[in-house]
Design a protein around this ligand. Structure first.
Ligand SMILES: [Zn+2]
Length: 141
């Protein structure tokens, strides 16, 4: 358990320990070692899409793992964020990236429907994922 008497370092370390090892690796390289997405991709022999989605997924997990600690220690309320179905599964990321920034998005949505991809209810979800999670300033190299 993350308790409020812990130092931030210990809390972060404990939370990192709960991630998948590949997420932890990507987060440490990006946030602690200052490496870029391309450099991480080359080092770990992954695609940039894959690195980006691990970084995004791992960061969301850390956010929720550390929410209680942050709220007790600093009195900050962390709003719960709905998880993004597309961040949880990166198999369409390359198609989505090829469609951006203007689409058309409908064919991508149809393709997801055709394979029974759960959770994506409309084209808006895809656009949001593209703009905020795949191509948002936060993840730029
Ligand atoms: Zn997303």
């Amino acid at each position: 358990m993350l308790n409020q008497d812990r130092s931030p370092e210990k809390a972060v370390r404990a939370a990192l320990g709960k991630l998948e090892s590949i997420e932890r690796e990507v987060i440490i390289r990006y946030y602690f070692m200052g490496q870029g997405l391309r450099q991480i991709a080359d080092t770990l022999e992954l695609s940039v899409y894959s690195v980006r989605s691990r970084l995004n997924g791992g960061t969301l997990k850390l956010r929720s793992l550390l929410a209680r600690f942050v709220s007790r220690k600093y009195g900050l309320r962390i709003r719960k964020r709905k998880s993004c179905p597309l961040c949880e599964n990166s198999r369409f990321d390359h198609i989505i990236l090829n469609c951006g920034p203007i689409g058309p998005w409908k064919p991508v949505f149809k393709q997801m429907e055709a394979v029974g991809f759960e959770g994506v209810k409309s084209v808006r979800t895809i656009i949001h994922h593209y703009e905020k999670h795949l191509n948002g300033g936060e993840w730029d190299e």
